[in-house]
Structures are given as C-alpha cells and as structure tokens.
Ligand binder design. Structure first.
Ligand SMILES: [Zn+2]
Length: 273
C-alpha cells in the first residue's frame, strides 16, 4: 500500500485488515485535494475533496470483477450515513459515494470497506472435505480458531490460524486456479503499520469460492497467476508478513455477497490425515 499523503490540512490514514478488510479514515477540512491510495497497486481509491464536498471512486486493476461493500458516516454532511454494496468491473472504475457539507459548519467523514473477487457463487457444499494446507505428518497448533476474538469475526468468522514455523511448505487444500498473489513483502508484526502487508495466494474454486492463504514469507510463492493447482500441491512457504503476532498460516474459504458485507466465509471441514 502506498503511504498516505499529508497535504495541507488533509489527514488521511489507511489501514488494511488482512486480505480483504479495509479501514480508511479521512478527516477533511477546508482544503482542495485529490489523492489516490492503492492497495498493492491493484485496488486504487481516489478521493476528490474541496471545501464543501467529497467524492470517492475505486479503480479495480484486477482482471476480474471485485465486489465492494462500504459504510460511510459523516458529521454535518449530506448524507450523514450510507451503506453500499457494488460490483466494480475488471479493469474498471466505480464511483462509491459523494457527499456535501452542511452550510456554515465544520464537517468530517470516515468510511470502512471490504472487498472480494466477484465470482459467481454456486453454493458451498458443507460436506466437502478439504485437505490440510500443510503436510499431514505435521501437527501444528491452531492459534486462532473460527470465531477467534482477535480477528476471526464478521466475514472472516470461519478462518483458521495454524502456528506454522516460517518456511513450512503450504499445500493447496483444494484444487483450483490461482487468481492473485503477493510475495514481495518483508513487513510483518503486531503493529498497525503491518496491516495489509501480508503476502498471500488466492485460489478460485469451481463453486465460486476463494481459498485465502495469508502471511507467506517473502519470495515464498511457487505458483503463478493463472496456474491450475491440484490438492496437496506445494504452493508456497509460510511466514510472518502482514498483521501477525507470530509466524502462522491464516486460511479461509469465502465467497462474494451482493448485500451487506462484500463477502462471507464458509465452514471448512478437513479430511482426517
Ligand atoms: Zn487469521
């Protein structure tokens, strides 16, 4: 993510929670400003502000559509609040909101958003058995189960974190196609500045769900975008990048939603080794 600019009296702070969950806060005062902040150079938010109004648009540089949900709250603005859930076409741009300040007032606003590949969802089979995403002779403790209070709630409710030592082989839990990845980050730790800095692999499954493998080590991906991978295939090596208190693998399976949050996660059951 590109570092937020500080221009005049505009202060912007961008935070990305794990792979999909974005939190961006803006405080606007009487200065004219246009700025663009990109998430991994792929999802670029452009804010246009002047003394009395603000607009936000999203440029999607992925070669597939993106679903975005956004919640806006304002102080002395019209509207005072909004919630949207929109599709942004592949390599396309979508206006997200515009607001105006009430006359003769100080004003500010903030928004949070979530994004997910907008793949056609055919329903997740609750009886489908996944492979463990690491070699079955290993036993690694689960350090955050589904519903974990640190971060496994809301759309990420069904995520699992295993305490994999750095450099452990990560295997595809289910066959599919690699649609996106990152492996150039060396930033990780339990601090705000590491949010959104995780290396990751997204694998699209035949039912329209996406397998999310997060926090890989730098240069720790051995597949390419477009690859068809088989269950049990080596796809990368675990690490500790992004917002992470210790080396681990975060895994969840999710699909896009057309109402409310942009995605939901699904319960995943694993074959007994
Ligand atoms: Zn996690």
């Amino acid at each position: 993510m590109i570092s937020p600019k500080i221009t005049g009296r505009i202060i912007s702070q961008g935070i990305i929670l794990f792979c999909f969950l974005f939190l961006l806060t803006s405080i606007a005062q009487a200065t004219e400003n246009n700025r663009t902040e990109c998430f991994k150079q792929v999802l670029c938010y452009t804010t246009a502000e002047d003394d009395r109004s603000a607009r936000l648009a999203l440029q999607n540089n992925f070669p597939f559509p993106i679903r975005i949900s956004l919640e806006l709250t304002g102080h002395n603005t019209e509207p005072a609040a909004a919630a949207i859930n929109l599709a942004v076409p592949a390599l396309g741009t979508q206006a997200l909101f515009s607001l105006k300040a009430k006359r003769g007032t100080t004003w500010r606003y903030r928004w949070t958003s979530e994004v997910h590949p907008d793949l056609p969802f055919k329903g997740h089979d609750p009886d489908l058995l996944y492979d463990l995403p690491f070699a079955s002779q290993h036993v690694f403790p689960v350090i955050q189960p589904p519903g974990g209070r640190l971060s496994h709630f809301g759309p990420q409710k069904w995520a699992i974190d295993w305490a994999l030592p750095e450099g452990t082989e990560i295997l595809a839990a289910r066959e599919g196609r690699v649609i996106a990845l990152r492996e150039n980050s060396d930033q990780g730790g339990p601090t705000e500045s590491t949010k959104g800095e995780e290396n990751f692999i997204w694998i699209a499954h035949s039912d329209g769900t996406v397998g999310n493998y997060l926090h890989l080590r730098q240069a720790g991906v051995v597949v390419s975008v477009g690859d068809e991978v088989q269950r049990g295939q080596l796809i990368g090596y675990s690490g500790n990048t992004g917002f992470s208190t210790a080396p681990h693998l975060h895994f969840h399976v999710s699909s896009a939603r057309k109402t409310g949050p942009a995605f939901q996660s699904h319960p995943v059951h694993f074959k007994n080794p």
